[in-house]
Design a protein around this ligand. Structure first.
Ligand code: PLP
Length: 467
C-alpha cells in the first residue's frame, strides 16, 4: 500500500513514511493510492467481533507491509488496553420512552483523556515510535491546542523514546480539567507552554515554525494533528464496528470541526461500508455546513462557542473529500487550494457538489440549541451528554428519515470535560471518572511564554540541548 498527495506533486510513499511526515511536501494531504475494499460478507463478519480484531483487519489493509501483523496486534492491544470500557466504542440505544428508538449514541470517550481523539492517537503514538526507531533519529512534535488535542497527544506520546513533545495552549483559555490533563503529566519528554495570547496566536506560531525550513529540518519537526492520515485510518474502524451492528445502512451524525472524523466515515464507505448518509453537524462556526448546503467554501471569523473543539475557520480535511469528489483531480485541488489560500473563498463546481451530496448532508446548531438539547436529553433519558455530542444530537432530532434507518450520533467527549455547559443546561454537575480525578491532582508543570515565535523557537532549542 502506497500513499499519494492530494496535490499530485509528491512521490508515493509507504504508510510508515506517511505517518512520520504528516503533511506532504507539496502542501497536500496523503491518501491511499487505491482504497482497499472489503466484501459485503467480510463486513457482515465484523458483527459482534471484538473492536481490536476489526481494527487489526481494517488497519492491516491500510498499513500494507509497513508493520508486521504481530507489531500491529501488540500496538492495538496496548492502545485499547488503556480504555475504561472493553468495548472501546460502545453503541448505546437511546432509552425507549423517548420515542426515538432508532437513535443511538456511539460512545467514543472511554480513552484516557475522555475525548474521541484518544481512539486514533493512542494507536498512532505507538506506531509512530516504532517507525521512528526503525528509521533512526529523533522527532520533535509541536502542537497548538484549544484543549482536547493537547491532552490526547500528551497521553499518547508521553514517555516514548526519541520523541520530544511541545504543546502550546492559550493561557487561561482552556478549562481547568483540560489544563490539568496536560500539565500534570509525569513524563519528562512533554513540555507544556502557556502562551500569553489566544489560540489563534498559538496556532500561528506553530504554523510559522513549520514554515522555517532550516529549523524544522534541524529538529525534525512533525505534527500529529488530524491532517495525518493515520488518524483517519484509526477512526474508520468504529464506523465499521457500528454499521455492522445493523441490517440497514445507518445515518452517522458527526460533530465536525476539522472534518477529520467525518472523513473517516467517507474512508470507510470507500472501503466498502454501506452507509445511508454522513450528516455533518457544526456549531456557529459553520464553514462546512455552508460549503455543503450552499456550495461556497468560505472562511469566516472563528467565534467562541460552548463546543470549543469545533471552533475552527478552516476545515483542513475537506481537501481530501474535494479530491475524491473531483475524481482525484490533483490539478483542480492545487488550483482551488491556491485560490482559497489567497481569497479565503472558493465556489464548488456543480459536479463536485453533486458528488459530495451523494454521501454528505449538513446542519448547523447554535449555543442555545446545544443547551436545549442537553436539557431535553437529560429529561428524557436521565443521561448527560457533552456540548459537542449535543450539537450532533440536535441535528439528529431534526432529521427526517424512515423509521427503519438507524441514526448513530457520534458522542465525542465525556460530559465531565465540559462541566460548565452541562450544568448550565441541566442543573447537574457531571462526575469525573475516579481514575482521571486522581491523575489531575498531580503537580502542574508549565512554562509561560509571550506570544512570539522567537521565544518558542528558543525554548525548544534549549530543551533539546539539555532535556
Ligand atoms: C476534535 C473534536 C471534534 C471535531 O472533530 P474533527 O475531526 O476536527 O471534525 C468534535 N468533538 C470533540 C469533543 C473533539 O475533541
Amino acid at each position: 500500500m502506497r500513499y499519494l498527495s492530494t496535490r499530485g506533486h509528491s512521490p508515493l510513499i509507504s504508510f510508515a513514511d506517511m505517518l512520520l511526515a504528516g503533511l506532504a511536501p507539496d502542501g497536500g494531504l496523503y491518501l491511499p493510492e487505491v482504497w482497499p475494499r472489503f466484501s459485503p460478507l467480510e463486513i457482515a463478519n465484523f458483527k459482534g467481533r471484538p473492536y481490536g480484531e476489526v481494527a487489526e483487519i481494517v488497519l492491516g489493509e491500510l498499513i500494507g507491509d509497513s508493520f508486521s501483523r504481530e507489531e500491529l496486534q501488540a500496538d492495538i492491544a496496548a492502545a485499547y488496553g488503556s480504555f475504561s470500557d472493553p468495548r472501546i466504542a460502545p453503541l448505546s440505544q437511546i432509552a425507549p420512552g423517548s420515542n426515538q428508538s432508532g437513535l443511538y449514541l456511539l460512545e467514543l470517550f472511554h480513552g484516557p483523556t475522555l475525548a474521541f481523539k484518544d481512539v486514533a492517537l493512542q494507536i498512532l503514538g505507538r506506531l509512530f515510535a516504532r517507525a521512528l526507531k526503525r528509521k533512526g533519529g529523533r522527532a520533535t512534535v509541536l502542537a497548538a491546542t484549544s484543549g482536547d488535542t493537547g491532552s490526547a497527544a500528551i497521553a499518547a506520546l508521553g514517555g516514548l523514546e526519541n520523541i520530544e513533545v511541545f504543546v502550546l495552549h492559550p493561557k487561561g483559555r482552556v478549562s481547568e480539567v483540560q489544563r490539568r490533563q496536560m500539565t500534570t503529566t509525569p513524563f519528562t519528554n512533554v513540555h507544556n507552554i502557556a502562551i500569553e495570547g489566544s489560540f489563534d496566536d498559538a496556532q500561528a506560531i506553530v504554523k510559522d515554525l513549520f514554515a522555517e525550513t532550516a529549523f524544522a529540518r534541524a529538529v525534525n519537526l512533525t505534527a500529529v494533528n488530524s491532517i495525518n492520515f493515520a488518524r483517519i485510518a484509526a477512526q474508520a474502524v468504529y464506523y465499521f464496528t457500528a454499521a455492522s451492528a445493523f441490517d440497514v445502512p445507518p445515518v452517522f451524525v458527526v460533530p465536525t470541526g476539522n472534518f477529520g472524523d467525518v472523513f473517516a466515515g467517507e474512508a470507510a464507505m470507500r472501503m466498502g461500508l454501506p452507509v445511508d448518509t454522513l450528516l455533518v453537524a457544526t456549531n456557529a462556526n459553520d464553514i462546512m455546513a455552508r460549503a455543503l448546503n450552499e456550495g461556497v467554501y468560505e472562511a469566516g471569523k472563528a467565534e467562541p462557542t460552548l463546543s470549543p473543539s469545533m471552533d475552527i475557520q478552516v476545515a483542513s480535511n475537506f481537501e481530501r473529500a474535494l479530491f475524491e469528489a473531483s475524481g482525484r483531480d490533483a490539478r483542480f485541488i492545487r488550483r482551488e487550494m491556491g485560490l482559497f489560500a489567497e481569497t479565503k473563498r472558493i465556489t464548488l463546481p456543480d459536479d463536485v457538489r453533486a458528488a459530495l451530496a451523494e454521501r454528505y448532508a449538513a446542519a448547523r446548531c447554535d449555543d442555545a440549541e446545544t443547551l436545549a438539547t442537553i436539557a431535553r436529553f437529560y429529561k428524557e433519558t436521565g443521561r448527560l451528554i457533552d456540548p459537542h455530542t449535543a450539537v450532533a444530537l440536535t441535528a439528529a432530532y431534526n432529521l427526517d428519515v424512515p423509521e427503519k434507518v438507524p441514526v448513530v450520533v457520534l458522542s465525542t467527549a465525556h460530559p465531565a470535560k465540559f462541566p460548565a455547559a452541562v450544568e448550565q443546561a441541566s442543573g447537574q454537575i457531571p462526575e469525573l471518572p475516579p481514575r482521571l480525578k486522581a491523575a489531575l491532582e498531580g503537580e502542574e508543570k508549565c512554562h509561560l511564554l509571550g506570544a512570539e515565535k522567537a521565544l518558542v523557537r528558543g525554548f525548544i532549542e534549549a530543551k533539546l540541548r539539555t532535556p
